[in-house]
Design a binder for this molecule. Structure first.
Ligand code: FE
Length: 217
C-alpha cells in the first residue's frame, strides 16, 4: 500500500553524530513524505491506486513515455528507495558483516576494506543526485550507482544496502562534503543484518546457470 509514510525504524537522534536529528526530520518528514504524497495524488483513480509499491515502480519504469507516467515512476521509485535507505541504516554498533555475507564480500571484493573503499568512491562519485547500492546480481555481489530516482529493482538486481547521495541527505550536516557523510555512513551506520537478510532472500530467487554451459545428452 503506497499511501502511507512508514515511520522511521529508530528515533530521530539515533544516527547522531553521523546524521543529525534535524537532517532525519527534514529528510523523512518532508522529502520522503513529499514523494509519497505526490505518488498518491498521481495514481488516484488509476489501476495503480491499490498496487504494492514495488509493482508500481516496476510497471511505471516500463512506461515513462508521458510526463504523468514519468512523475509516477520518479515518486514511486523515490518512495521505495527511501524506505530501503532507512532500513539500510542503524545506530552505531561497530559491527561489520559476518557469516555468509562476510564470505561473499571477501570473495567478490577481496576483503571488507576493499569493498568499503570502492563503495565510498562510487557513492562520492555519483554525478548530481542519486544512490549507491550493494546488490546481488546473478549470484555475485556488485556495487552499482543510479541517478536521480532510478533503482536497481527495475533490473535483474537484488539490493542489499543503499546510501542516498542526494544533497538533502547530507547538506545540513556536511554542506558540500559528500565524501565525509559517505565515510561516516559506511564506517558506522550500515545495517549488515538487513543486508544479510536481503542476501538470503536473493539466493532464494537465484538459480545458477549450469557450470558447463548446458545439458549434454
Ligand atoms: Fe533522499
Amino acid at each position: 500500500m503506497p499511501g502511507l509514510l512508514a515511520p522511521l525504524p529508530y528515533a530521530l537522534d539515533a544516527l547522531e553524530p553521523v546524521i543529525s536529528a534535524e537532517t532525519l526530520e527534514v529528510h523523512h518528514g518532508r522529502h520522503h513524505r513529499g514523494y509519497v504524497d505526490r505518488l498518491n495524488a498521481a495514481i488516484l483513480g488509476t489501476d495503480l491506486e491499490h498496487a504494492p509499491l514495488e509493482n508500481i515502480v516496476r510497471r511505471a519504469a516500463r512506461g515513462r513515455t508521458t510526463a504523468r507516467r514519468a512523475a509516477i515512476f520518479n515518486n514511486a521509485a523515490q518512495a521505495w528507495n527511501h524506505g530501503f535507505y532507512w532500513q539500510s541504516l542503524r545506530p552505531r554498533t561497530g559491527e561489520g558483516p559476518s557469516g555468509e555475507l562476510a564470505v561473499r564480500i571477501s570473495r567478490d571484493f577481496g576483503n571488507h576494506d576493499a569493498f568499503a573503499t570502492a563503495f565510498k568512491a562510487a557513492a562520492a562519485g555519483v554525478f548530481g543526485s542519486g544512490w549507491a547500492w550493494l546488490v546481488a546480481e546473478r549470484g555475485k555481489l556488485r556495487i552499482v550507482t543510479t541517478a536521480n530516482g532510478d533503482t536497481p529493482i527495475t533490473r535483474d538486481a537484488h539490493p542489499l544496502l543503499t546510501v542516498d547521495v542526494w544533497e538533502h541527505a547530507y547538506y545540513l550536516d556536511y554542506r558540500e562534503r559528500r565524501a565525509t557523510y559517505v565515510e561516516g555512513v559506511v564506517d558506522h551506520l550500515l545495517d549488515w543484518d538487513f543486508a544479510a537478510d536481503n542476501l538470503r532472500e536473493s539466493e532464494r530467487d537465484y538459480v545458477p546457470a549450469p557450470a558447463h554451459g548446458g545439458v549434454h545428452a
